[in-house]
Design a binder for this molecule. Sequence first.
Ligand code: ASP
Length: 409
Amino acid sequence: MYLYADDGFLPSAFVSHTQKRGNMHTPTLRRSARASLALIASACLLASCQNPDNRPADETSAATPESSASHSPTSSGPATTEATKTSATESEGPRATAEGHVVVLSTGGTIASTHDKTGAVVPTVTGSKLVEPLSGTFDSDKLTLEVKDIAKLDSSAMTLDDTDSIITAVHKELQRKDVDGVVVTHGTDSMEETAIAVDTFQDSEKPVALTGAMRPFDDPNPDGPDNLALAVKTVTDPANRGRGTFIAFADHVIPARGAFKSDTSKADGFANNNGEKQPQRPKALKFKPLGNTRVDIIAAYPGAPADLIQRSLDSGAEGIVIEGMGAGNIGDELAQAAQAAAKKVPVVLTTRVDHGPVEGIYGGAGGGATLADAGVISSGTLRAPQARMLLAAAITTGTDAEDLFAHAE
Ligand code: ASP
């Protein structure tokens, strides 16, 4: 495997945006550098990636190793194959199989973070450093990793402009004839948003995988290297062609649509709301920047007042996502405002419950059935963060939101 640290591409929007951030790091430009890597084996990686969609039936019951300096993140995860699991970067044995040319786009997050003097975790590490621990994991004659730093952001600080830059960068790499797949290293906080945004505009058959880490780069036992190796394997697996964008994390390869961060601290921090099913993906939208489209998320709770929605519209929201209760129900006052809003802008109803579909079952002013009759759109299996991105994409591109969400059922 050869590594290229090459920042041939840096979207101009991203440069100006990241430079504006006082407390954020500007992208680091690096010249081309090549390293031939030692051969270290990874039976685990090979095993866990041969069957990337083999997830536990119930994601919530998956074994979830605690974040711990002494704990190997792959040693007690859910059994995806019968093969022995060992750390990809520590094991000896046959090299993992991955062939082709993969571009790794580094955007920051815990995977690229180290502790500062105060002990706080901040993104500091370049993409080329991130791939170094993979040295020897793959066959250097068969796999090329090309690394580009496009940001160093905590993903909770990302804006839609940042999302646009990532979509643009991914798109550009996928267009290249010599590239077989793209990996985006990303913070976990908003990975589900970026994943669905990339997926929604992904007009290439080539796979894309987002990955990150729950433990920082300078942790004595970081989970980033194994996750990154899994992502590389995911995008080089021919079986994943035409299946869009994935989140590759802690031995699980989860389709972007319906994925969500399910734990604030465990290494196995992602789940999906589609069970074993491969979600249906709508036809890729032609990319238009999302940055100027405001879609607000409003959390419904018992007694939530109507003016939450009105204030949002008054502030310029072009679409509203309501995070309802249960299967998708909200209180009477908020329901009246939602029904009025649905006459002016697309209003999407989701739920605060992790798993299961949003269904129009109940009557009454704020029941899901009543809201559906009033033109409120069900988010299906998507939750608020992803519903917001999809609605923003619909509004920006002039796509009927109902059509786009129909695929999320
Ligand atoms: N705050 C971090 C981020 O989203 C968390 C992580 O990466 O796990 O960038």
